[in-house]
Design a protein around this ligand. Structure first.
Ligand SMILES: [Ca+2]
Ligand SMILES: [Ca+2]
Length: 145
């Protein structure tokens, strides 16, 4: 399928003037491209120049398609810094909760509760210090997607 065709098919569902992050993701998957974790979010603000309601027009979507999968490590670094809101170099339980709500947004992230966050933290916290170091964060994100 052509890019334009896929773009339009994802667009039609809600009649908006551009694709949202979710629609962009499914459009890319239809085109045979699987975005790495947080790549779309990472590139989005660079590309969405007009910031028109957080959607991409066809031209902007083309740009996204070209950059996805080019810098997977950078998008993970960006995500780590973004969720490390107090910039202390680790992700604690509160910060992890924000991240999990976002990651599970597709399935309505509201069900993410403290028990779930604790379970995820315990699974990912390899050195057992109760917070996620950068490497633990990367492993967790890659395993979950
Ligand atoms: Ca932190
Ligand atoms: Ca740890």
């Amino acid at each position: 399928m052509e890019v334009k065709e896929v773009y339009n098919s994802c667009l039609k569902k809600d009649g908006c003037s551009g694709v949202t992050q979710q629609q962009a993701k499914s459009a890319l998957i239809k085109l045979g491209i699987t975005p790495r974790p947080f790549e779309i979010e990472y590139f989005w603000y660079d590309i969405d120049k007009e910031s028109d309601l957080n959607t991409l027009n066809l031209e902007e979507f083309e740009k996204l398609r070209c950059v996805v999968n080019t810098e997977p490590d950078r998008s993970l670094r960006w995500a780590f810094n973004k969720f490390d809101t107090d910039s202390n170099g680790t992700i604690d339980k509160t910060e992890l909760k924000q991240l999990l709500v976002l990651m599970y947004e597709d399935n309505d992230g509201d069900w993410v509760d403290d028990d779930f966050v604790t379970d995820c933290l315990n699974l990912a916290d390899e050195n057992g210090d109760g917070v996620l170091q950068r490497e633990e964060f990367v492993d967790m994100v890659l395993q979950r997607t």
